[in-house]
Ligand binder design. Structure first.
Ligand code: NAP
Length: 508
């Protein structure tokens, strides 16, 4: 018996959306799933935004302890949903049970980590710079500083993380931790999963005695709701994970508002992997096998998927390529998140197959039309440098090996790359001097640099950066994973010569 209704969750209440209906699609079979979801209209966006703005007044002033308890209550409510959440998410996304159970644990862990961060209170950045009335030629004022939350945040859930980067995922957790109410535009790929989690958050809001406008969840059969939300003057920041086209469309709207607002959009990345000569000579076969495993993980539907491999041409690279070509045909096709993502992947692979400068290396097993079939290609550095389109993300298990003439040409390729989420280098002891010369360049290219690993599997940690220069993200100064994410939704305020009674409690 499902508890999914298809209703909008607007500030503590629920209502049927009247702006068109849509149904979720079973990812692996392409058939419609039960329950139709009613799209929100302009009045619903207005109501959610108005309530969020009202809630902001009280929510931002909650004590750190009560805010932390609220985040922990959301985690408990999600846990309490039980198997219905996992079963529905499996149908809607095609992701396997184990992966989704792990993702639920990560989502809950993330909320608890932010609760801890809130309790510790460091994010407030309290600073005290005492007055010096004797300073000449002018007396020095008393200055105190703290971070305050920005205001209501619009969150766009990611298709590829239906729990950890969706309704109560990293963007929502970090915004709520900062003291910002959240309005989520549910991803149309997993509306049932979204509703179940949305109800859990709604229950936690009520249980904590918070203003109901602290959280709302809206559905939409198109892009209208999301665009209206971003344009609403009461929304003060946006968290987004998805395509470059979607992210840049929202950035455009945000920048043309009367009061422009930050859009933290995580968009596209091909996550270069550089194989240094020593590592390739001693471990070509081993690296090839871990590379293939990373490439095909989750049908390649990770923003950190290793889509580009750079190495010096020669026999050792041939060994790597031959090994990958032996392994890949054994890899089964896997269902993709949505039929449209499956089609986009198929089209992207076809573009590479038809590219005059690209050669196929190997493919995985054939599956249904909703499955992604892994595919590996190769090209030369000269061709890669001449054809910018070869940098386009093909979201799924597709990879491109770029054969470079020498280190100087590899350096040229790095110079031509767009901003990335991750760059991985594979090195042996003897490669360290060469690798050291590259590090300053790699720092400018990506938000996370890895040695002898792959970017898939993003640790939720205080020291994690899941971000990077444009177009990996809209703003490379921040991260969407890890506790540092809270700073996206804060701004500093300085209090000069304030009498004690007027000062915020934390600054007294
Ligand atoms: P998407 O199409 O960008 O959709 C993400 C969210 O934004 C959805 O809620 C979507 O609404 C909304 N949206 C998209 N375009 C919009 C627009 N112009 N105006 C207002 N709202 C808009 O991304 P996706 O469906 O998750 O996946 C499609 C592609 O995104 C993939 O093929 C891949 O290239 C990329 N992707 C990248 C990452 C990453 O982390 N780098 C992660 C996931 C996906 P609807 O729900 O109504 O569609």
């Amino acid at each position: 018996m499902t508890t999914i209704t298809g209703n909008l969750l607007v500030a503590g209440s629920e209502k049927r959306g009247t702006n068109g209906d849509f149904q979720a699609i079973e990812a692996a079979a392409g058939v419609l799933l039960p329950v139709s979801f009613g799209g929100a209209n302009a009045d619903d966006v207005e109501e959610a935004s108005r309530q969020a703005w009202t809630a902001f007044n009280s929510y931002r002033q909650t004590t750190l302890e009560s805010r932390a308890l609220f985040l922990e209550a959301i985690a408990e409510e999600i846990e309490a949903i039980g198997d219905e959440l996992i079963s529905r998410a499996m149908l809607e996304t095609g992701l396997p049970r184990g992966r989704l159970e792990g993702e639920r644990a990560r989502t809950i862990g993330q909320l608890r980590l932010f609760a801890k961060e809130v309790r510790e209170g460091r994010f407030q950045e309290l600073r005290f710079d005492p007055a010096d009335p004797t300073r000449k030629p002018v007396a020095k004022p008393d200055l105190r500083l703290r971070n305050i939350p920005l205001g209501p945040v619009a969150v766009f859930g990611a298709s590829n993380f239906p729990l950890a980067f969706s309704v109560a995922g990293g963007d929502t957790a970090s915004a709520l931790a900062a003291g910002c109410p959240v309005i989520v535009k549910a991803h149309s790929a997993h509306p049932g999963t979204s509703e179940l989690v949305g109800r859990a958050v709604q229950r936690a809001v009520a249980g904590a005695g918070l203003h109901p406008g602290t959280f709302s969840l809206l559905f939409d059969a198109g892009f209208e709701v999301g665009q209206k939300l971003v344009a609403d003057p009461r929304i003060r920041a946006v968290g987004f994970t998805g395509s470059r086209r979607g992210g840049t469309a929202l950035m455009e709207i945000a920048s043309h508002r009367k009061q422009p607002i930050p859009v933290y959009a995580e968009m596209s990345s091909i996550n270069p992997v550089i194989l240094f000569p020593g590592a390739l000579k001693s471990r070509a076969r081993d690296i090839a096998s871990t590379f293939v495993a990373s490439l095909v993980l989750g049908a390649g539907q990770f923003c950190t998927n290793p889509g580009l491999l750079l190495a010096i041409d020669g026999g050792d690279l041939d060994t790597f390529t031959t090994t990958a070509a032996e392994l890949l045909p054994e890899v089964g096709a896997q269902p993709m998140l949505t039929p449209s993502i499956a089609k986009a992947y198929c089209d992207g692979v076809a573009r590479l197959e038809q590219h005059p400068k690209v050669k196929p290396v190997a493919s995985g097993k054939v599956g249904t039309k909703y499955d992604g079939r892994a595919a590996l290609f190769e090209t030369t550095a000269a061709a890669f440098l001449d054809h910018h389109e070869l940098q386009d993300e093909v979201f799924g298990a597709a990879g491109l090996i770029v054969r470079c003439r020498d280190m100087a040409q590899l350096d040229e390729v790095l110079d031509a790359l767009e901003g990335q989420l991750t760059v991985a280098i594979h090195i042996d002891e003897g490669d360290q001097d060469a690798a050291r010369r590259f590090v300053p360049k790699l720092e400018l290219l990506a938000g996370r640099l890895l040695v002898n690993g792959f970017g898939t599997g993003v640790e939720v940690s205080p020291a994690m950066v899941h971000g990077g220069p444009y177009p990996a993200t809209a703003d490379g100064r921040s991260t969407s994973v890890g506790t540092l994410a809270i700073y996206r939704f804060l701004r500093p305020v300085s209090y000069q010569d304030f009498p004690e009674r007027l000062l915020p409690e934390a600054l007294r």
